[in-house]
Design a protein around this ligand. Structure first.
Ligand SMILES: [Zn+2]
Length: 185
């Protein structure tokens, strides 16, 4: 499935979430939103109790990509462990160390997905309002011109699948935490 570009293609692909009185359409939500279970454990930004995020609420049409992308991220972390530690250990060791690497790079911090709201400072719906955008580690990847901290291999897993990364946007509009399954909107 190709990546929609621009508002009209986004609505044609994902439907229009707009309902009445500034709320999302319950029928659209019912027909399109699903709970995506990430392939490795995620946690909420700044949650010291370490409660795992069991699902991301997203549009059903982003699930196949997202499964593949986060598996690619996991595999990249595992590869880093093997490059660092060698390949003579057992699976349990690599399982644990891979999660350590994901945590060390803060690739396991979830900061939001579906949210029926407008784009920042604009009167048009955000990509989050379609359930097609996800934010990661907002504390260290804040909106603005200062470079966020998500590693290149995390970002590349998304952009290789045609997703747009907010860090690619221009100047002060950069949104380092943000990834969306849509272009140019
Ligand atoms: Zn976002």
């Amino acid at each position: 499935m190709s990546i929609p570009s621009g508002y009209d293609e986004i609505v044609a692909t994902y439907g229009n979430p707009k309902g009445c009185n500034g709320n999302a359409s319950p029928a659209w939500e019912e027909a399109n939103l699903v709970d995506f279970a990430p392939p490795y454990p995620f946690f909420y930004e700044g949650d010291t109790s370490n409660t795992a995020v069991t699902h991301f609420r997203v549009h059903r049409l982003v699930v196949p990509d997202l499964t593949e992308i986060l598996q690619t991220v996991y595999n990249a972390a595992r590869q880093l462990v093997k490059e660092n530690d060698g390949d003579s250990f057992d699976t349990t060791y690599y399982d644990k160390r891979t999660l350590d690497v994901l945590a060390a790079h803060r690739c396991n911090l979830f900061s939001g997905s579906y949210n029926y709201r407008n784009k920042r400072g604009q009167d048009v719906p955000s990509d989050h309002a379609f359930g097609i955008a996800i934010d990661f580690d907002a504390n260290h990847n804040a909106f603005g011109s200062q470079r966020g901290t998500l590693p290149d291999w995390f970002i590349k897993a998304f952009t290789d699948k045609g997703w747009e990364w907010g860090g690619q946007w221009s100047g002060a509009d950069r949104d380092w935490m943000h990834f969306q399954r849509a272009q140019k909107y």
